[in-house]
Design a protein around this ligand. Structure first.
Ligand code: CTP
Ligand code: MN
Ligand code: MN
Ligand code: MN
Length: 343
């Protein structure tokens, strides 16, 4: 007999920010399938179904029980006919034929491979695919292709940065950055954010917010920090974007994927002594170090709460938090501020 569902489907909110969600996913067979389909729509620039599958996956991830029959999904929000058809296939046959078709599709496979390189997005991946390129060696052997600095680093450190980062590695990097910012200024503020702040065991990178308790002093912090890391010999790549933040120009009404804070996308060298065991370290190749992707964002201290909220994720949580603010509260939320539209 089926155990009673501790969370009735009818009480699940359509907003991710109102769904208590643990890192335990009881519906991985479904959510993995949805992610493949969402990605495939993304590669084809079909936004609606892409977001619909991501929303559906987010709902299933919040359930403290595994869906064992389609009837159990009846009262759940955000599950459309297409999502349910995929679930039905999986419940009946243990796999989805639609997903298998995508996974064996040459275009999907190639774009998946190309966009796995740091600095290569769907646009560039698509361009290379249309030129008949199918593998990394195709790209590297093509004389007419000019890789930018980011892509060059992406290929150079491909093995390391496509390997998951462990929580222990994230903590080790946190210590390195903490020491570096404290040497620059005693009033430095450092916070681990992104997936590790949400309690994930592994991530694709490590995200930090760095600032100072004295407003305005953060302006030189990021460049000083980069200099520090360079001096230590652990800076393998740095793409630094200066702040374009201007409080008087807010709120911005058009959608922006990026906030205006100073930030940098880095690749750092993490020494082996700090790489703690397991399958995900760099051991075995005898080097004693690995490359790790690190993101740093540096808001002024009076924007700290909004930046921290915005960089904690998940992507779906952030999306729904903004949608909740807009629709349910008539407010505008972004990484910089929260505005009351009636004032
Ligand atoms: N973010 C953002 N603007 C960006 C990039 C990221 O606001 N240009 C925010 C997003 O809300 C995202 C969070 O920062 O959720 C962290 O981004 P990312 O590192 O890409 O995702 P994680 O959730 O940390 O997942 P992973 O473990 O794969 O790194
Ligand atoms: Mn991250
Ligand atoms: Mn803007
Ligand atoms: Mn990141």
């Amino acid at each position: 007999p089926e155990a009673p569902a501790p969370t009735p489907a009818s009480t699940v909110s359509q907003y991710a920010c109102q769904r208590r969600t643990t890192t335990e996913n009881y519906n991985k067979i479904f959510t993995d399938a949805f992610e493949v389909l969402a990605e495939s729509y993304e590669f084809n620039e079909i936004e609606g179904p892409c977001l619909a599958f991501r929303r559906a996956a987010s709902v299933l991830k919040s359930l403290p029980w595994a869906v064992q029959r389609l009837g159990a999904t009846e009262d759940l929000p955000c599950l459309g006919d297409h999502s349910k058809a995929v679930m039905e296939e999986i419940l009946q046959y243990g796999r989805s034929f639609e997903v298998e078709k995508v996974l064996s599709d040459e275009r999907y496979q190639t774009l998946k491979l190309f966009t796995s390189v740091f600095g290569v997005g769907p646009k560039t991946g698509e361009k290379w695919y249309r030129r008949g390129l199918r593998s990394f060696s195709d790209i590297l052997a093509e004389p007419s292709i000019q890789l930018n600095r980011m892509q060059q680093s992406g290929f150079l450190h491909y093995g390391d940065i496509s390997r998951a980062v462990s929580k222990a590695e994230a903590q080790a990097l946190g210590n390195i950055i903490d020491e570096a910012v404290r040497a620059i200024t005693p009033d430095a503020v450092l916070a681990l954010t992104g997936g590790f702040r949400r309690g994930k065991e592994f991530g694709h990178d490590v995200d930090f917010i760095v600032t100072t308790t004295e407003q305005g002093k953060e302006k030189r912090l990021l460049t000083s920090l980069i200099d520090q890391l360079k001096e230590q010999g652990i800076l393998l790549f740095c793409d630094h974007q200066a702040s374009t933040f201007d409080m008087s120009k807010l709120p911005s009404h058009r959608f922006e994927a990026m906030d205006h804070f100073a930030k940098c996308f880095l690749i750092l060298r993490l020494e082996g002594s700090q790489v703690v065991g397991g399958l995900h370290g760099a051991e075995g190749d005898g080097r004693g170090w690995r490359a790790v992707r690190v993101d740093l964002v540096s808001p002024p201290i009076d924007r700290y709460a909004f930046a921290l909220l915005g960089w904690t994720g998940s992507r779906q949580f952030e999306r729904d938090l903004r949608r909740f603010a807009r629709t349910e509260r008539r407010m505008l939320l972004d990484n910089h501020a929260l505005f009351d539209k009636t004032k």
